[in-house]
Design a binder for this molecule. Structure first.
Ligand code: FA5
Ligand code: MG
Length: 425
């Protein structure tokens, strides 16, 4: 793969990812560190907490049966290398949408990236003729650094699409589509989302029945995971690929926590990928968030721990057993500050913080627990901008010495000064 960080990418012509060579270009920003997480398959690893939660969710969806057979088929082994068409275009995500930014995704090149959500596979599976399915796997996003964020996490996505006969089994006079919409010539209808209740092509009855199924299925899922007394609420949301859309939050340890996004699939997607005469729901949830809450795992980096003190706590347990993670031991933190002057052409608002986080993580590795902006400042005379970040270091399995941390911190200073042309204060 690349032997240097993203700045070096320009000099190279090919990038090898998952055994395949790709032409590098000005969008290439995948790092060797990130590529090293590919094929880890934590969600399939025996006794891994992510795998336990995955199995519980899959088992729950297996209880939905039609004519004796499970309704949902499960795909947990899809290649995370996807095209921008799969990750964005097929999902009606506009060309200028923020989620496409180089600062938010790991691009292999302009046309190829590590999927940023499992929804990237929705259209291809619909196109292959599937109606009800789950897609489970690792997703990649450039993001901040703290105890709940890691550049790789795992999602479970789903689609359920129903024909009129299944949607309204006892009411043959009810329709999925408004009379103006012609299922034989779907492209002649301009579908709109200006009505907050539904897409213009759908009838209110069809939308409400699908919405009720969606919400019941998901509440059933969180009750299966957290117990029947779990408190939840629905929050209106927006996704380019669903309308209406919602987020589900659960009240957990005195806080509302977002667990998933969902909604009624935009009809344009079904028309493009088939089955065009159905209405569908879709959702996407984060496995780490659920596992951390269920097992009281305090830091997302623990998911990547190979320490037996972590993994053995989940060994040979009944899937539904109540497991509470006990910290192997809590080693002390070390916090060092990093202050620098930005070059004249950069301001506090244009400094690419995700590039900075990535560089810190690339050098400090998993001992970097958090990077937080501590202070920003504009010099009254020179008008130069200065930023100060606190970097919190902690090893999950042993105590770090101050000298060791200072050495790594120094390396980070040198690398930051070179990569961003800043002056360390
Ligand atoms: C999505 O990724 C949409 N694809 C979900 C979706 C699918 C909506 C189908 C509608 C239909 P979002 O970025 O909000 O949405 O992520 C979905 C879930 O993934 C979140 O609710 C959260 O549980 C989890 N998640 C998102 N970002 C992170 C993160 N940085 N760390 C851990 N979990 C995360
Ligand atoms: Mg969200």
């Amino acid at each position: 793969l690349l032997n240097r960080y993203s700045t070096a990418a320009k000099a190279l012509t090919t990038v090898n990812v998952n055994g395949k060579a790709f032409e590098a270009d000005d969008y290439t920003n995948i790092t060797p560190k990130i590529a090293s997480y590919l094929n880890s398959n934590l969600h399939l690893k025996k006794n891994h907490p992510l795998s336990l939660v995955r199995q519980r969710i899959v088992n729950y969806f297996y209880t939905f049966r039609y004519a004796g057979n499970p309704e949902f088929s499960v795909y947990d082994n899809l290649n995370p290398v996807v095209s921008t068409k799969q990750n964005f275009d097929d999902l009606l995500i506009p060309l200028d949408h923020v989620s496409r930014a180089k600062s938010d995704c790991y691009y292999i090149n302009r046309g190829t990236l590590l999927r940023a959500h499992m929804t990237a596979h929705q259209s291809e599976l619909l196109r292959s003729g599937l109606n009800n399915f789950l897609m489970i796997g690792d997703v990649y996003r450039r993001d901040e650094i703290d105890s709940t964020h890691f550049p790789v996490f795992h999602q479970v996505d789903a689609v359920r699409s129903l024909h009129k006969e299944r949607l309204f089994p006892n009411q043959p006079d009810l329709e999925i589509f408004e009379p103006q919409y012609d299922t034989k010539n779907p492209f002649t209808f301009k579908n709109t989302i200006s009505d907050p209740m539904k897409q213009s092509c759908h009838t209110l009855e069809a939308t409400k029945v699908m919405e009720t199924q969606l919400k019941n299925h998901l509440i059933g899922m969180v009750k299966t995971l957290f117990g029947k007394d779990i408190k939840h609420r629905w929050v209106d949301a927006y996704f380019p690929f669903t309308h209406p859309s919602w987020e589900l939050e659960i009240f957990y340890e005195n806080k509302w926590m977002e667990v998933l996004g969902c909604g009624i699939v935009r009809n344009e997607i079904l028309v493009n990928a088939g089955p065009s005469n159905t209405i569908a729901y879709a959702f996407g949830l984060g496995l780490e968030r659920l596992a951390m809450a269920l097992y009281k795992i305090p830091d997302i980096r623990l998911m990547w721990s190979n320490d037996s003190g972590f993994l053995t706590q989940f060994e040979n347990k009944d899937l539904d057993a109540k497991i509470t993670y006990k910290p192997v031991s809590s080693y002390p933190q070390c916090t060092n500050d990093l202050s620098f002057w930005l070059p004249e052409n950069l301001s506090i608002d244009t400094f690419m913080s995700n590039d900075f986080y990535e560089l810190v993580r690339g050098i400090g590795g998993d001992i970097v627990e958090q990077v937080k902006l501590k202070d920003k400042f504009v010099h009254p005379k020179t008008k130069k901008h200065s930023l100060c970040y606190s970097i919190v270091y902690r090893h999950l399995e042993r105590t770090l010495t101050q000298e060791e941390v200072n050495r790594i911190h120094k390396d980070i200073e040198v690398a930051v000064a070179t990569a961003f042309n800043v002056v360390i204060r």
